[in-house]
Write a protein that binds this ligand. Structure first.
Ligand SMILES: [Zn+2]
Length: 159
């Protein structure tokens, strides 16, 4: 699993199901995402998720990430392929730190491409890799069609 997929999965761990927001981030989720599922790990991951969600929604500033990276060290090692960076942090904070660093990478290499779904009843996020960068929905099949149907309904109702 790439760091970007991990980040998007974490951001999307509070889906709206049948009109109610759920939280699917638990020990099973963490284990399925290379974690151990410990309580400390879950607490750190949840904190990182909440800050990152607020950040992507424009409700927080990047300095809110500072506590999540406190004490984190990146160490270079020279290999045959070049320089490899290892993140040194206690295991329980690894998923949280991974998400923050993945956010930073997306933010730098694809600015403006990580965003909330334009359906205001949807709590999911998307990373748009298309050239025109105009994707608005987490999923065309779900939110895209739902919003189209709603617009159609509003148009016909107003006529
Ligand atoms: Zn959506």
């Amino acid at each position: 699993m790439t760091d970007e997929t991990f980040l998007l999965d974490l951001l999307n761990s509070t889906p709206v199901v049948d009109g109610t927001q759920r939280d699917v981030l638990d020990a099973d989720w963490l284990r399925a995402h290379d974690g151990t599922g410990s309580t400390a790990e879950w607490e750190a991951a949840r904190e990182a998720r909440d800050v990152l969600q607020a950040l992507v929604r424009g409700e927080a500033e990047p300095d809110a990430l500072a506590p999540l990276l406190d004490g984190v060290v990146r160490r270079p090692a020279v290999t045959a392929d070049g320089v490899e960076w290892t993140v040194e942090v206690v295991d329980s904070r690894r998923p949280a730190v991974r998400a923050v660093l993945a956010w930073d990478a997306v933010h730098r290499t694809s600015p403006g491409r990580l965003r909330p779904c334009a359906n205001d009843e949807c709590a999911l996020f998307l990373i748009d890799h298309s050239k025109p960068n105009k994707a608005r929905w987490c999923s065309m099949a779900v939110c895209g069609n739902r919003m189209k149907a709603r617009r159609h309904y509003e148009r016909t109702r107003n006529n």
